[in-house]
Design a protein around this ligand. Sequence first.
Ligand code: ADP
Ligand code: MG
Length: 253
Amino acid sequence: MAEIIVKVEDLVKSFRDVKVLTGVNLDIEEGKITTIIGKSGTGKSVLLKNIIGIMKPDSGKIFFKDKEITSLTGHELLEIRKNIGYLFQDAALFDFMSVEENIEFPLVEQLCIKDRKKLKERVEELLELIELPGIGKKYPSELSGGMRKRVGLARAIAVEPKIVLFDEPTTGLDPILAENIDELIMKVNRELNMTCIVISHDIASTFRRADKIAFLYEGAMQFTGKPDEALRSEHTVLKKFISNSFRPLETEQ
Ligand SMILES: Nc1ncnc2c1ncn2[C@@H]1O[C@H](COP(=O)(O)OP(=O)(O)O)[C@@H](O)[C@H]1O
Ligand SMILES: [Mg+2]
């Protein structure tokens, strides 16, 4: 049994009178890929933002290893955040910075690396990893959507976080580019040993790649388990969600 690296306990979050999360419980196992699925607007991104600490819950707790993190602020929160990388849906690169500067940013800000040679080496290593060597001097506007996503991924893992959160990493990409991003996530997980939490609308990919699936519905996790357990689950809403979202798998054998 893997260690639990992140534990979410009875997390509640509302906006004005709209209750989005009504009591989320979730254990994230170290070294695994956990994929969160659920209809659009159910609070998947809100949950991720709470885990990162850029949004605070109304009640409930989140633990990183043994440390309760929802109550942390300032320096203590920054220390915990060094362990967590994230890639938002729009990749959110800084447009006024080159690719190189974008990837250097967390290295300088979070790890306080000032040595030019060290920075350059690390950026080159990351560009190799995302299979885009030599694009360091380009600006985000010169890149395709898929390339921007990959640079965003390089930036997210630059400081070697223990966990990486991906919010809909393949949304808006064509199937081949989506496959590339999926493979990169596998690489980050299997080769760099980072725990991955992925929000995905791509159910076919989720069932191929995830070690564990968590289904968010009406403010709570209605199911958590392995992909084959999800497929065998008798949970009516989950069954319906899966059958409605499965794309035809003509190319699969
Ligand atoms: N900062 C915010 N202020 C007010 N409402 C918000 C905010 N962020 C999210 N919401 C609302 O919370 C609900 C869940 O949003 P979100 O987590 O983005 O859904 P999902 O990622 O599952 O598609 C939506 O109804 C959304 O409008
Ligand atoms: Mg979302």
